[in-house]
Ligand binder design. Structure first.
Ligand code: MG
Length: 380
């Protein structure tokens, strides 16, 4: 890669991670509000700027927290695979990192807990991550069960651990799309695996494959590069091939098509169009709303995340996924300063973004001896 191209990848990775956090933080104050409440309180156009907490920060929620733990698990896994010369799939490490996240939700920072931590995440040293921001019930339940009865799961998709199709799987998997793999189908499938760690319904994990595909194609464009719409349609088709025969596939493809059509053809308001796609509490609706907002505002990050959160549904998650896509597409530098300034844990998000960009540092012999890196991503 040429230097400019490398810089572009770094900017898109940062954009994806920070963009997701921005959408999450913007949507969080209205996550559980109805539309009358939203538009009364943030009159007349809805929430268009952060609603800061008492400390003057825009709070991130479980969506961003879990995306960070996804990244931590991926990087830990890549490091261990390098050190041990093995090829364990990311799902193994990411599931362990989610156990670390669980501890931050169920215990107090610095206090003893009966929960067994995953023990691989440097993020657990960050006190600011030990915050409960309405974490998803399915995520907590699934991870608690795995904590109580740990066992090796080879394939989470096949295991069908429950029947949930909440959006808690798709909202956290963007970092998987930031990895550079030869085989994008295998990457998409791994994205679905990461969602299936907690969400066993195929509509809970197939949207994760779609999002991972989209993010990956944006960050590592093919020549000639495709438009966002083309990337979305390609992601739909690839997911349909990977999960051929799944009875819920038509529902997923239908909502993707509807999002694409509404974004390109409808002259109705965003709110009306979002209502045609659902509320976003379930994964395929969260994906559909996010695709609509990202496509419609593909040149304008701020307009896209604002549209994505101003509805009665799961605003922080639709904001997060829209922010992931637009941030990757437009890059970190294109995100207005006002969104970065007050964003909680911005430095942590940037640090892990840059680790995702650099990947495991290896010497000429292919060994990882970077002590600073190993302090973060080797057994703790
Ligand atoms: Mg949330």
């Amino acid at each position: 890669m040429f230097a400019a191209e490398r810089e572009g990848v770094r900017d898109r990775i940062r954009g994806c991670m920070i963009g997701g956090a921005v959408g999450d933080a913007l949507g969080w104050p209205v996550e559980f509000k109805g539309e009358r409440q939203i538009f009364n309180r943030y009159w007349p156009d809805g929430i268009e700027a952060y609603d800061l907490n008492a400390a003057g920060e825009a709070e991130i929620t479980d969506d961003t927290q879990m995306a960070l733990y996804t990244a931590n698990g991926l990087l830990y896994g890549e490091t261990m695979n390098c050190l041990r010369g093995q090829a364990e799939p990311p799902r193994r490490y990411v599931a362990t990192a989610y156990q670390d996240w669980l501890v931050t939700q169920e215990a107090e920072y610095g206090r003893k807990t009966s929960l067994r931590p995953g023990g691989i995440s440097w993020l657990n040293d960050v006190e600011g991550l030990w915050r409960r921001r309405a974490p998803g019930g399915t995520c907590l339940r699934s991870l608690r069960l795995q904590n109580e009865a740990p066992g090796r799961v080879e394939d989470y998709v096949l295991a069908e651990l429950n029947d949930s199709k909440g959006c808690g799987g798709v909202m956290r998997v963007a970092p998987m799309g930031l990895r550079h793999w030869q085989d994008i189908r295998a990457l998409d499938y791994e994205g679905a695996q990461l969602a299936a760690i907690t969400h066993g319904h195929s509509l809970g994990y197939m949207p994760a494959a779609v999002l991972v595909h989209i993010v990956n194609r944006i960050v590592y464009p093919e020549q000639p590069s495709l438009s966002l719409k083309d990337i979305i349609l390609e992601a739909r088709d690839t997911t349909a091939e990977v999960f051929a025969g799944d009875p819920f596939l038509p529902r997923l493809c239908d909502i993707i098509d509807r999002a694409v059509d509404l974004a390109s053809q409808s002259t109705d308001s965003d709110l009306e169009n979002i209502h045609r796609l659902g509320e976003g509490w379930i994964a395929e609706e969260a994906l559909g709303i996010s695709l609509y907002c990202a496509l419609k505002y593909r040149d304008d990050f701020s307009a896209g995340v604002i549209a994505a959160v101003n509805h009665k549904g799961d605003s922080d998650s639709t904001g997060a996924v829209t922010g992931n896509i637009l941030g990757a597409l437009l890059g970190y530098d294109a995100i207005e300063e006002k969104w970065k300034e007050k964003l909680e844990l911005k430095d942590v998000i940037l640090e892990i973004s840059d680790d995702l960009y650099s990947g495991v540092p290896v010497d000429e012999a292919g060994a990882c001896t970077d002590s600073q890196w190993l302090r973060k991503y080797k057994s703790r």
